[in-house]
Design a protein around this ligand. Structure first.
Ligand SMILES: [Zn+2]
Length: 414
């Protein structure tokens, strides 16, 4: 029998014909049907749902209404254990330094300051946040603090009430692993925004991505070996305060069964943290006159960043690699690139405790920090600002994260 097979193979080889296909049973790919459940129109609808609450500034009614809506959505998906984390937020006293200096000169449309650094004059001036190196044409990345810059009166009125210090809440839910419920990956975005627009991109796009994944992983017949937590942080824009509160309150609960013998783990041990923040807009570098390309650049990519100066840098780099490979296999349109300077994002408070990465439309320090997204924290961060080529970049990031997390947690679907 064996000889006969060999003889046939030799015959096919010697005769110069391609060997006939051998019918080895191939296990069906459990990830592809999950990725196929992601849909551009559904992703857009979730972003649109978030933009109904304006810029969702923390400490306002519009922020709390958005939180209630997100919670209701997560429950409707069947995501387990929808919970809220509570913390107190008091803004830093003005003039005391720290993160309070973020609100700088604002203004949509025209860039008040000319380009700098084109041609790379002086390495010192080219260093950006997170240890990044800024190159090429650079414009300042500013924050709009003036509600009157919002021309849409209805939206302006929604966005005008100021933040009041005090109690804050943020919501998360979980997919409980069937064989290792005591370990989990955290998949997150931030639901608060600033700038007197609709925070459609920053960070409706990342929040909607997390919500879509919560929906698909909670679907009927989907199981994972390990747990996944879907978190929508609040207070990112004030200096990562919501994610920091979560780390402080819950890091020491990791892996503890409670009640003892119940098989329940309120805080599974963290295996990795993946933050999604601004997923839509990659129109390239600003032109020398400060204008931008109107269209998504065809070579747009999703930027995966880890922080080379963090305690888990090597493991985070390997995690980033897994995401890039998942992108190659499952993302339909746009590739992924990896950079070592993750910064200004909710994965920062996690990065010395667990391998942490962030996904974005551009690198945060070198590119966003050089004015690559003119809608960043501006009144123009509106659902209507973006078109399908923009939304598709966010969808590709969702395909990548879904596939990578499905593989890392041993997802199966029937
Ligand atoms: Zn953001």
């Amino acid at each position: 029998m064996r000889f006969r097979r060999l003889a046939i193979a030799v015959f096919w080889t010697l005769s110069g014909w391609a060997q006939p296909p051998v019918s080895v049973p191939v296990a069906p790919d459990p990830i592809a049907p999950l990725v196929a459940q992601l849909d551009l129109e559904r992703y857009k609808a979730t972003i649109k749902g978030l933009t109904r609450f304006g810029d969702r500034r923390q400490g306002t009614d519009r922020n709390r209404a958005a939180l209630d809506w997100i919670e209701a959505q997560l429950k409707s998906y069947g995501c387990s254990n929808v919970e809220r984390l509570r913390y107190d937020y008091q803004p830093p006293v003005r003039g005391a330094g720290g993160a309070s200096g973020r609100g700088a000169v604002g203004g949509s449309g025209v860039r008040a300051v000319g380009p700098s650094g084109a041609g790379g004059r002086g390495a010192a001036s080219a260093s950006g946040p997170g240890g990044s190196r800024r190159r090429g044409i650079r414009f300042p990345d500013t924050v709009n603090n003036d509600p009157m810059k919002q021309p849409d009166v209805t939206l302006r009125e929604l966005d005008t009430p100021p933040s009041i210090p005090g109690l804050r809440e943020e919501v998360y839910c979980s997919k409980v692993g069937s064989t290792h419920p005591q370990e989990m990956y955290i998949v997150s975005g931030h639901m608060d925004g600033i700038g007197y627009g609709e925070a459609a991109n920053d960070d409706g796009s990342g929040s909607a991505l997390v919500m879509e994944l919560a929906r698909i992983f909670s679907g009927p017949g989907v199981t994972t070996d390990r747990s996944i937590r879907f978190a929508l942080w609040n207070n990112e824009e004030t200096g990562l305060d919501g994610a920091t509160a979560y780390v402080k309150q819950r890091k020491d609960l990791q892996g503890k069964e409670s009640p003892a013998g119940s098989g329940r783990y309120p805080e599974p041990t963290w295996l990795g943290m993946i933050q999604h923040d601004m997923m839509l807009f990659d129109h390239g570098m600003p032109h020398r006159d400060g204008t931008m390309s109107k269209e998504q650049r065809p070579e747009a990519d999703v930027n995966i960043e880890y922080q080379v100066a963090s305690k888990f840098a090597d493991a985070a780099m390997r995690l980033a690699n897994k995401f890039q490979l998942a992108n190659e296999r499952y993302a339909t349109d746009y590739p992924a690139a990896i950079g070592p300077h993750m910064t200004n994002t909710d994965s920062t408070p996690f990065m010395d405790l667990v391998p942490s990465i962030s996904l974005r439309e551009n690198e945060r320090g070198s590119q966003l920090g050089s004015g690559w997204d003119p809608h960043h924290h501006q009144p123009t961060d509106l659902y209507a600002t973006f078109n399908d080529d923009d939304f598709r970049l966010g969808l590709n990031a969702a395909q990548m994260t879904l596939a990578a997390i499905a593989e890392l947690t041993g997802a199966k679907s029937r």
